[in-house]
Design a binder for this molecule. Structure first.
Ligand SMILES: [Zn+2]
Length: 295
């Protein structure tokens, strides 16, 4: 497989042919930066870990050039930082027993440009070769621009493929914004409590980010624990760690559906849920007058 940039990095921890490693993929994650895959798709990594019938593949779209740096990484050039982050991502792939790890090395600016076709072309090739059961990708309400752009390029890539080559399920995952606000009926709760030591180690690999003062490792594990406890108020915790996802499969099936329309509807339902509760409980409301609110 040939990617648009010569700096693209292909790494197969087990050493099999990359074409074989792609074809056996059942769980695929496409993330913007090194460490995004481990933050948002641990569900897929754990589902495939140590199995011969399921394989996880990680894709990092950008070159990771613009990351903040501090401590012993403070004086490191952009080029050196890219090398360090590439190596860290390879280490995570080895530790997590991934089928293959691809790092496409696109500058953030070209990912964000709707006119640039190279990112979409690379992603379409990967998706066609993997045909995964589950695709984990950034969700369209993430607050990091590059994450949203990666999602949009990914959706364009999916829509450019014949239906038989599209992923069976597309999940928009959490990195730079939690999804606890989604109505429960729209929320996919993914149990990520398996192998807690592996989960911790995978996040600890990215020392260049942690040293910059961003404790993504603690934040990610904390968010998973918080979701597990705060997901349902009236039942005991069913699991110790959860991540939430948005089921975006419908956008990969209906090519004419606009992302904006889909997201607005979710936001409207959130707004309605919050205002309906306030209406029901507020002074002068139907419930406060001991009258049953309309259902
Ligand atoms: Zn990121």
């Amino acid at each position: 497989m040939k990617f648009s940039l010569s700096q693209a990095d292909v790494y197969v921890p087990s050493g099999v042919d990359p074409a074989v490693a792609l074809a056996r993929t059942t769980h695929l994650c496409i993330g913007a930066h090194q460490d995004d895959v481990e933050i948002m798709a641990y569900h897929g990594i754990a589902a495939c870990y140590g199995r011969e019938d399921r394989w996880f593949t990680g894709v990092v779209v950008t070159n990771g050039a613009g990351s903040p740096r501090a401590g012993r990484y403070a004086k490191i050039s952009d080029q050196e930082m890219q090398d360090i982050r590439r190596r860290e991502q390879r280490r995570a792939a080895r530790l997590g027993d991934y089928s293959i790890q691809l790092q496409l090395a696109h500058p953030s600016a070209s990912v964000k440009s709707p006119e640039s076709t190279a990112v979409c072309a690379d992603l379409a090739q990967i998706l066609a070769a993997c045909r995964p059961e589950i695709l984990y990708v950034h969700n369209p309400v993430d607050k990091h621009e590059t994450h949203v752009a990666v999602f949009l390029r990914c959706l364009e890539a999916i829509r450019s493929l014949p239906r038989a080559q599209r992923p069976r399920q597309v999940l928009g995952c959490e990195v730079w914004r939690d999804l606890d606000w989604l109505p429960d009926s729209e929320k996919v709760a993914l149990d990520v409590s398996e192998r807690p030591q592996l989960a911790r180690s995978l996040l600890g690999v990215f020392k260049s980010q942690i040293a910059a003062g961003k404790r993504y490792d603690l934040a990610t594990l904390g968010r998973r624990a918080a979701h597990a406890s705060f997901h349902t108020s009236h039942t005991t915790d069913a699991t110790r760690a959860l991540t939430f996802a948005m089921d975006l499969t419908i956008l990969s099936r209906i090519d004419t559906m606009e992302v904006k329309t889909y997201v607005r509807e979710l936001v409207r339902r959130f707004r309605d849920e919050v205002t309906a509760r306030l209406d029901a409980l507020g002074r002068g409301s139907a419930r406060s007058r001991n009258v049953r609110p309309p259902t």
